[in-house]
Design a protein around this ligand. Structure first.
Ligand code: GCV
Length: 687
């Protein structure tokens, strides 16, 4: 009887779930449906064109029996990786342009988007993933397993499995237009420039090449001393210059299409030109000169700050603006979206609106260092869209960050954009199934920096989850609610973590849970939350107005004045720019304290809402992915509650005001939260 019952239950489950196949997420957004027959005509032969043909045969969803022509031509309107597509043709000036056109055609077919006769060119010439992968296989701020490139055991054996994985990676990148990968951490090990690691880099480059993905390396500025055993790494020293030239020659002999170097210098303890009394320009130009004959570039990071600065947010601007115009044209200054460090919300970095004669590129963080790691569901496209569409007013109104970086506001030799990857050895690549959407969105936005988050969510959901067996109700019961959830997910995270412009109030080095109290005596102040929130009995927030650090002055008019006045400063940046009394009257009519409570509470409510959406939509996807996301949403809901309780109970010690009685009461005690914060404790003990 019992067996019969189990059999019946199983049968019912199969009926309810229809034909939804188990899915481990490894196929990302490239889950090929059964293809229609198609004939592909292409006169030229190359490894890249072979891939293009194969993809069409594998994934054709257009009319059965269509003949598709792939043709190479000369056309001034189509850039080096651009293409023109129609329903049955793909034209481009290069092989890689053809491949990108093919992926676009297939994407349109799979998502049901119309194909008209149109040209598409990328916004940026270099669309690059930055992997913070270490030679031992670990990944700094990686939450999806170890590196797909490097490993501890047998580090220099290249297996067929390695190559197969790198090929899948390259294919995923090409399918969204990503054409570069920095293979190692910006906190670079000098080992990366030694012969064995360069040989492995060459092996990776060979697999990535047909997909149009160039490899780059992050280099340690002191490599001449550490690897070359020179007495100095001074960028103006002739022996150092000669060492880099030789090293670059060695690399290009192995990898003729090597992309260039990414450098984190004079930052967070990394060596740099300042160690030798030289400037960032001296350091970057020396490397740029070595790379120039091979058309290589230098991406020089502007992520610099020191413990002595009164306002960390101002330092990059202060160091780099005086050097504007001094950099070679194959140097691009890589700037994080905000002036501090990939926080859930920051204003755009003022450097985007300040460098007039130097190419500047945005650096986004795809890995969720400050946004709940691979536990929280946070679709990051709205955050990047917010940054790219911010007006810097550099060349008058309409000088968006997008236009100041893509070469459309003024001519640039190279234009580039980087995203810190969230990819590891986990079967689903990114830890969280929805974190794949951030890899996807980064690539698509790097291709088209005007694209809307809404479209990206729509595309990604269709490509990743579509279910032909329930096509009739799928759009309203799955696509629409899940899209809403994704589009609101970033604002929800801001609300339950750092609303109203708060920032950097997370616990210790893990950057995961709340920790506004965290300030061990031996820790440098600018690594502790109180430096940023400055809560006291008088109020809360960092005064960056004219009466404070005057960071507002780094923004062009009319932004400087707008940010300077708490009554015109946008609510969502208020405590970034101002220290305000707890009873400050907000635009909503509430006091600042009440508004803070409402924001934290609304973040929690939003995540509870996501749980409802997901549970209801769950029947339209496979059980494995449904359950994995459900479990993570539960954790996110608990974490959101923890963030709310920790921050409100901690700040309440200063505001001395009640949490509005109509809001849900805290569920945790502050003392317990502080006591139980093991990550913080472990870290503190290791100091
Ligand atoms: C790679 C933050 C992160 C570091 C990271 C650094 C950077 O400080 O916490 O892990 O180092 O940014 O971007 O260089």
């Amino acid at each position: 009887m019992k067996t019969l019952k189990i059999c019946c239950l199983f049968f019912i489950a199969v009926l309810v779930c229809g034909a939804i196949k188990a899915d481990d997420g490894h196929q990302l957004w490239l889950r090929n449906k059964k293809a229609q027959p198609v004939t592909v005509l292409c006169v030229k032969k190359s490894a890249t064109l072979d891939i293009a043909k194969k993809e069409l045969l594998l994934g054709w969803q257009g009319k059965a029996g269509t003949t598709v022509t792939l043709s190479l031509l000369k056309d001034k309107n189509i850039s080096a990786s651009g293409y023109r597509i129609s329903e049955n043709t793909v034209q481009a000036t290069t092989d890689i342009g053809i491949l990108y056109g093919v992926y676009e055609l297939l994407r349109r077919q799979q998502t049901g988007e119309a194909v008209t006769n149109e040209i598409s060119n990328p916004s940026y010439s270099e669309r690059i993933l930055n992997h913070w992968d270490n030679p031992d296989g670990s990944i700094e701020r990686g939450y999806a397993g170890n590196s797909i490139f490097w490993r501890k055991d047998n580090p220099f054996t290249v297996t067929d499995a390695d190559k197969a994985l790198w090929q899948e990676y390259a294919r995923a990148n090409a399918s969204v237009g990503i054409n570069g990968a920095v293979l190692n951490n910006v906190n670079a090990s000098p080992l990366i420039l030694t012969a064995d690691y360069l040989a492995r880099t060459k092996a990776i480059a060979e697999v990535l090449r047909p997909y149009g993905v160039k490899v780059f390396l992050a280099v340690k500025f002191s490599s001449p001393a550490l690897v070359g055993k020179l007495p100095t790494s001074d960028p103006l020293d002739p022996a150092v210059i000669a060492w880099w030239k030789e090293k670059v020659k060695e690399i290009y002999t192995l990898i003729p299409d090597f992309g260039g170097f990414l450098v984190k210098a004079s930052s967070e303890g990394q060596p740099g030109p300042q160690d030798f009394g030289r400037t960032h320009a001296d350091g970057a130009n020396m490397l740029a000169d070595a790379l120039k004959p091979y058309k290589g570039i230098v991406m020089w990071r502007a992520f610099v700050y020191s413990p002595n600065d009164k306002d960390r947010a101002k330092q990059a601007y202060n160091e780099f603006v005086p050097l504007d115009g001094q950099f070679r044209d194959n140097v691009i200054i890589q700037v994080k979206n905000g002036p501090i460090d990939f926080q859930p919300r920051e204003p755009f970095s003022p450097l985007f609106g300040a460098m007039k004669k130097t190419a500047v590129m945005p650096e986004f963080q795809i890995t969720q260092e400050y946004l709940g790691h691979s536990i929280h569901l946070v679709f990051l496209a709205p955050m990047w869209e917010e940054c790219l569409q911010s007006d810097t007013y550099q060349f008058g109104a309409g000088s968006t960050v997008a236009r100041c970086t893509d070469g459309s506001a003024r001519p640039q030799q190279y234009s580039a954009i980087a995203g810190v990857a969230n990819i590891g050895l986990d079967t689903n690549w990114c830890g969280h199934d929805f974190a794949q959407s951030n890899w996807y969105a980064f690539g698509r936005m790097a291709w088209n920096n005007k694209i809307k988050s809404e479209q990206l969510a729509d595309e990604w959901i269709k490509l990743t989850f579509s279910d032909d067996d329930h096509a009739a109700e799928w759009n309203s019961n799955f696509l629409s609610p899940v899209k809403t959830m994704m589009l609101n997910s970033r604002e929800a995270a801001v609300n339950y973590m750092t609303p109203l412009g708060l920032h950097h109030i997370m616990s210790a080095n893990g950057h995961y849970g709340p920790g506004p109290w965290w300030a061990p005596a031996r820790m440098r102040a600018d690594w502790t939350p109180p430096y940023y929130h400055k809560a006291d009995s008088a109020g809360i927030g960092f005064n960056r107005s004219k009466t404070g650090s005057n960071a507002v002055e780094q923004y062009n008019a009319p932004l400087a004045a707008q940010f300077n006045d708490p009554n015109t400063c946008p609510d969502n940046l208020l405590l970034w720019f101002h220290h305000l009394p707890w009873n400050f009257k907000m635009k909503s009519g509430r006091t600042l304290w009440d508004e803070l409570c409402y924001k934290y509470d609304s973040g929690v409510q939003q995540v509870r809402g996501f749980q409802k959406i997901w549970d209801k939509a769950g029947m339209y996807i496979d059980t494995a992915r449904f359950k994995a996301v459900q479990r993570k949403l539960r954790l996110e809901a608990m974490n959101a509650q923890l963030w709310k309780d920790a921050c409100l109970l901690y700040f309440q010690q200063f505001s001395k005001m009640p949490i509005p009685y109509e809001l849900e009461r805290p569920m945790y005690n502050l003392d317990d939260i502080i006591k139980n914060d093991m990550r913080r404790k472990d870290y503190e003990q290791s100091l």
